[in-house]
Design a protein around this ligand. Sequence first.
Ligand SMILES: [Zn+2]
Ligand SMILES: [Zn+2]
Length: 732
Amino acid sequence: MAVENALVGYVRNRGDAIVEIVVEGEEGNIKHFLNDLKRRGPPLARIYKIEVKYLDNEGGFEKFTIESSSENTELSGSVIPPDVSICNECLRELRDPKDKRHNYFFITCINCGPRFTTIRTLPYDRSNTTMLKFPMCDFCSKEYRDPLDRRFHAQTIACSQCGPKAYITSKDGAPLDYEDPIRESGRLLEEGHVLAIKGNGGFHVATATTQSEPIARLRKVKHRAQKPFAIMARDLQTVKTFARVSREEAKLLTSYVKPIILLKKGDDYYLSELISPGLHNVGVMLPYTGLHVMLFDKVREPAFVMTSANSPNEPIVTENDEAIKKLGPTVDFFLFHNRDIAQRCDDSVVRLHGKKQSIIRRSRGYAPEPIHLKYSVDRCVLGVGAEENVTSCVLLKDKAFISQFIGDVENVETLKFLKAATKHLLKLTNSRIDVIACDLHPKFVTTKMANDLGNELQCPVIPVQHHHAHIAALMGEHNFSEMVAIVCDGFGYGLDGTAWGGEILYGNHDGFKRLGHLQEQPMVGGDFATLYPLRMAAGVLYESANVEEWLLANNHRFPHGEKEVEILIKQLERGVAPKTTSCGRVLDAVSAILGVCYERTYEGEPAMKLESAAIRGKDVLNLQPRLENVINTTSMIEEVFNQRDRYSTADLAYSAQSYIARSLAQFAIEKAEHLNIKVIGFSGGVAYNEQITLTIKRVVEESGFTFVANRMIPPGDGGISFGQAIAASFQV
Ligand SMILES: [Zn+2]
Ligand SMILES: [Zn+2]
């Protein structure tokens, strides 16, 4: 565009990811050029701000050139691109027999390909990426240097001659001789084999989707009885054969982010029920690299299971040797390539509530692109998350950089990943921490990590109560200085040291007040009540119903049968059990009473299956909210229990969720009216539930209040680091 406007000068990348352009020429041409810059950028260009300064002296330029990158870093808070899925032009070339990159799986251009997962350090040049190992051939290098070419300065440029190569090995890592390894891998999957497939940000474990045998085998070796697997479908048309796809979902499925989207199974769902057992939805994504596209070429399978490959509670595997060691026992073959992965990055997961998105896991395609705040903070704050679904967040001026998905930080490997990812984020954003924010829970490993880092850097560490972080995340994302929020999840350490999780809070810049909460319910057997939700149900029903008989009749639902039930009854008689206000536990109890789920084998399972059970239900109980000092939940659970033979599971599941949603909304409305607050938010893991979210939204809006939920960051604990950083930034 500079050349078109008859300008001379140069452009270059700087170490802080700012683009520096110096142009010289007629003033009118310069103005025209600035206009072009704003209007005619390449598809992926995001211009956040243009600063223009006129210089007095001439630069003595003869033409317009692209200078090599400078190490200059004035400003911190640079913007690092996330990975981008294969673009249509590359896709066309991949298919074109006359194209140099015909059939080349690692085809990329300036508009697509890995970014975050290949960048080791800034500035973003090939030498700072894992492509360093692959010197460009003459053909690629000519394109790389040609300003008129789509691959001009495309750092991941490569072809079959000079770029990464793919190959198949046995499960022990012994290379196998396949001429067309990627398409052969697709065939091996269709034949019923389990493969580990290396991608851009980590390994997937893959199987066919129309056969149950390989999925059952995979579940057995992974000890993953029920947790849903994500699948990758051939194309949008194919997705529509087994799932319902709204216009908004189609748009997001085919966007350059290509996240996994939880889609409702269609009426003629024909894939294996083992993919997402007991759920009404299935996580679907579309191929996002040339390799993925080619997997489907020689097969008729509509989709493949593509689940992150990791050992239990460990981060996704990224290195070839590690993969053979850790995944070898799980798979039949490996499909490797020889490009290293600089940053591991799982697939993102999104679901839509009506037309609005709710991000469950914000990772590939999003991270580390910052969330832009509508205001600026003075100090650089690091948030380190809680314990489950952890991310870290660097809050810097008007940007919040949230790391990729880390996982549940319970073991050394995941903690190491959190530390490394945080360090990398600080390096990429060129920032220095002034303040650290962590959870209030004294025993979380993230709390310890924050304190250690605080000592090392000599900076203050601010503990932020779990649900306070959730409301702060809503305030930060939507730029409100105060609001009332409903925050519902499974567990958060309360100010009084007890387990919170069904909270109505008022939040502002000074902190928060707990306005109310769900009734406290006993967790008989402590954490066992989380794993076996019948225990929750028993605790709630003990005072009013004849639960002993019911429990004994259901003793086969307990791992130790009748003996366990007898001990449980003694525990009920003694009446000593920790209490919780958790909304998740109430949903769990209903799920168990209705026989939907008796054991939690993955996070949120009983409540997720309850939502699925409710999908075709209606409100038959129509219970009116009982709001005393707290939101009564016992009466609803008793009603469900007493009516369980009268109504269908779907109707009772729906009625229970309806009661919880309407009660929470009504309570929040009363408090907001009293405080004269106009905005009511909803956050926490329960906010993934579509029926509950849409019901709260409807009741809140019908009463004339503004409803807000998290759209850009996860409402679950993946958004906690962001909320912690926002809450702490108000305090310093
Ligand atoms: Zn491309
Ligand atoms: Zn080449």
